[in-house]
Design a protein around this ligand. Structure first.
Ligand SMILES: [Zn+2]
Length: 410
């Protein structure tokens, strides 16, 4: 077994993350978008680290940095180096730095590594183009070429940005890893939520990437004078929408089991202080690690929303905007990961991921797993994002144990 010093690994991870964080489009905040000069600089730095760790480094047609060791079906590791606007420094890069340090530790100890490949994605957040997970989709052979026409806020298309980055869009299909060559995908990521912190545990084994349903709702009532129409005669669309927002909250609370529901947007017409609202449009985002529970909750939500509208003499129209099924993490990989976590820290908390990740795409070609690291206050997509060197060190140590066992598997 490789000797491990989690403290030292955590400190090295922090230093590397800070070096990466300095690569930004703005001096006072972290902004690193897909196919920009910052992406190029970050990719170069990561490629250098990967080379130093003994990986055979290359770059594919989407700018994914890739580092291989060995032949045959391989363990895929990695994460993304693009960021949201005004990001934290851990979301993505931790999952890049952790396997580099794990591979380095294993090599230094003279351990024989299993065949593996480190993948460093550039379009996870969808902050530049209205696309997301497009770089991992290419790895899974599921890149949608319609995305090449998408434009960023300056009118530059995805295809133009690729060419400016020195890439040929016609070569994207070559980035794919054939099904038989991918043994498994494992990503280390900060939790981006408060569960591990509340349980006082540094590491969590992800059970599934939650499925989600998004609906848009339009309630129609009748405008009227705010001073003259008696309460009992009103058909107030906003009051109905407010009741429906509370309904979403109540359903998710009653169901439990990590279900979350959010009404994040509401528009009111005519939107004047002295007019009864005639129309309210709002959205629902409902997520659950169980597709059956999510579907049942949506059905109940729509039914009860109609009942609320009817009681208030409003009409309601619901339209689906987006639906994605739950992606379960592989049970055998979860077991192996939990064993690796238990070997270095305490108990491995099992929890679902409410956020989407590149694993959604990788699951098309191989079984997937994710290791979550506690982050302060559950805060993410925010410069206040923080994971301690001690926790990161434990994650890397667990990753080392996981890779060792992966190599030794029957
Ligand atoms: Zn991320």
């Amino acid at each position: 077994m490789t000797p491990l010093d989690p403290q030292a690994l955590g400190r090295r991870a922090e230093a590397m993350l800070e070096e990466l964080a300095a690569i930004s489009a703005a001096p006072d905040q972290l902004i690193r978008l897909f196919l920009t000069p910052e992406h190029r600089r970050a990719a170069k730095l990561v490629a250098q680290w990967m080379g130093e760790a003994g990986l055979e480094v290359s770059e594919d047609a989407l700018g994914n940095v890739r580092g291989k060791i060995g032949q045959g079906p391989r363990l895929l590791l990695g994460s993304h180096i693009d960021s949201v606007i005004n990001a934290g420094i851990y979301d993505g890069p931790l999952g890049v730095v952790a396997p580099i340090l794990a591979v380095d530790a294993l090599k230094r100890a003279g351990m024989k590594l299993p065949a593996l490949e480190l993948l460093v994605f550039g379009d996870e957040e969808g902050s530049r183009f209205p696309s997301t997970l497009s770089t991992s989709a290419a790895i899974a052979g599921a890149f949608d070429r319609k995305q090449l026409e998408l434009k960023d806020s300056n009118g530059v298309t995805y295809a133009e940005a690729l060419r400016a980055y020195g890439k040929n869009p016609d070569e994207i299909s070559r980035a794919a890893i054939p099904r038989g060559e991918a043994a498994a995908w494992l990503e280390v990521h900060i939790e981006q939520g408060p569960i591990l912190e509340s349980k006082n545990e540094p590491l969590g084994v992800v059970t599934a990437i939650a499925g989600q349903t998004r609906l848009s709702l339009t309630l129609t009532g009748e405008a009227g004078h705010a001073g003259t129409v008696p309460m009992v005669l009103r058909r107030d669309a906003l009051a109905g929408a407010a009741e429906i927002a509370l309904l979403a909250e109540r359903i998710a609370r009653e169901v439990g089991d990590h279900m979350v529901a959010t009404v994040g947007r509401m528009e009111v017409k005519p939107g004047a202080v002295n007019i009864i609202p005639a129309e309210a449009r709002c959205t629902l985002d409902l997520r659950s690690p169980s597709d059956a529970a999510r579907k049942a909750a949506i059905q109940r939500f729509v039914q009860e929303a109609h009942a609320i509208a009817a009681r208030r003499k409003l009409t309601v129209r619901t339209e689906p905007i987006h639906e994605i099924a739950t992606t379960p993490c592989d049970l055998e990989l979860q077991k192996r990961l939990a064993k690796a976590v238990e070997a270095v820290s305490a108990s491995a908390v099992r929890l679902p991921s409410g956020a989407g990740h590149d694993g959604l795409m990788l699951s098309k070609i191989c079984p997937i797993a994710m290791l979550f690291v506690r982050c302060k206050g559950g805060v993410s997509h925010n410069p206040a994002e923080y994971a301690s060197p001690a926790d990161m060190g434990l994650a890397i140590a667990a990753l080392v144990r996981f890779i060792e066992n992966f190599g030794a598997r029957p």
